[in-house]
Design a binder for this molecule. Sequence first.
Ligand code: COA
Length: 501
Amino acid sequence: MYEDRILRADLRDKIISVDEAASFIKDQMVVGTSGFTKAGDSKAVLLALAQRAKTEPLKITLITGASLGQDTDAALANSHALNRRMPFQVDPVLRKSINSGEVMFMDHHLCETVELLQNQHLPSLDIAVIEAARIEEDGSIVPTTSVGNSAHFAALADKVIVEVNLSMPLSLCGLHDVFMAGVYPDRSIIPITSPSSRVGRTSIPVDPEKIVGIVITSVKDSPAQIVPPDEKTTAIASHLLEFFNREVSQGRLKKSLLPLQAGIGKVANAVLSGFINSDFENLTMYSEVLQDSTFELMDAGKMIYASASSITVSDEWYTKLMKDIDKYRDKIVLRPQNISNAPEVIRRMGVIGINTAIEFDIYGNVNSTHISGTKMMNGIGGSGDFARNAFLSIFVTQAASKNNSISHVLPMVSHVDHTEHDVDILVTDQGLADLRGLAPRERAKAIIANCVHPDYREELQSYFDRACERGGHTPHVLEEAFSWHTRLATTGTMKKAGVSA
Ligand code: COA
């Protein structure tokens, strides 16, 4: 049985039920699972564990690539099965448990989790659970729609459980490029010089002795929720495309730009979709996630190659790709996330990083993670891996939201993920501030002139003017720096009384 999915014959004897597999996971264990932006995640064992945790004391540390699908994080949070969770999540139920202080969430740069594990800065992994399209004759695992941290989880865990997913086409085999650079002090360089470089193997090496159970599943990935471009995201996209056009006309970039990285979500989608009807050509991506827009750009003949750690697409695109991934076989590659997000490679290739901010301040510091400085939203994800090392580090957000009661451009951010040193370009629906070569006072002028919603411009200008009267390299009126956030908390709007809603 499953001869075409488990090529190594002796491993076929290790097929067990989901509950048996989940029973290997004991209270207080550290578990590493596949899954990156809802793709290629464990679809059975973690859910069985959540069920078990309803009736017995069971709490684990769960480390993944990034977010999980199937509402797995919600199920685990609802049954109080999580002690610690890292490095990223997007689940509203888990978010509540994190913000109530029940779950200890460690928000990592996505390229760093493997570093922390390898260097023994985190407790060692007891079990890895990895989704596979196929197990090869040497026992190695062909992952499915993401690679994430799975290769290192398989290497570092004491035991490995494999979920062989029959719904994943065998044509996924060959798509992955698994490269592991080794450990200090003998780590090798990552010899990637372009998004299409293939430098590793097509499967995840694993000692077959460590595989304690194989579970057969047939569940599709959870789809990405694609929000169509609206007025604001279209405005942001058009400011950014204008900027790229200027860069080309001034000779700093070619029409093929440089490899693009784009965060997930409606703004990134609108920006990438904007390239379809542009003059740009021969575009490439060196990113974390391949989304609908990646394949649309390929179909439109605009994008020639895309490298990432996962494929996360809408239902419609998922059906198309699972049927016909061969059409894109020579145009895409999936890598471990510490390679897709490797500072070394991002800097070498000059990646253009486009990420979304929750808010930014007049000097260009960016908050990507915390609502009003305290409540965790999702996590920093890969935004910092790219921002620090990019050829151009771009952050986008809407100027104001919730009927303009919230300004996303502020005197001081309430939490800092990306410092002014890592931010080149800021874009809102109002306009674009090019911060390159500017000192803090100049940055503030550019941001106030271009990015702020008109309802907040006068007050922000007044804040900056009064700050400058006090002096300093980065002038502030400290007692007022968070007054917009405190006003939102007490009155429901950041607007001063008397300013119309
Ligand atoms: N108080 C209360 N709510 C606030 C707020 C504040 N001070 N500031 C922002 N918000 C709200 C907004 O009103 C909005 O609410 P809504 O969803 O109910 O409309 C929400 O926070 C932010 O949503 P939005 O502006 O629509 O952004 P988004 O859905 O595009 O997500 C991030 C933005 C920053 C949360 C998301 O991109 C992210 O998690 N980024 C970090 C990870 C990352 O960059 N990864 C790299 C690539 S995968």
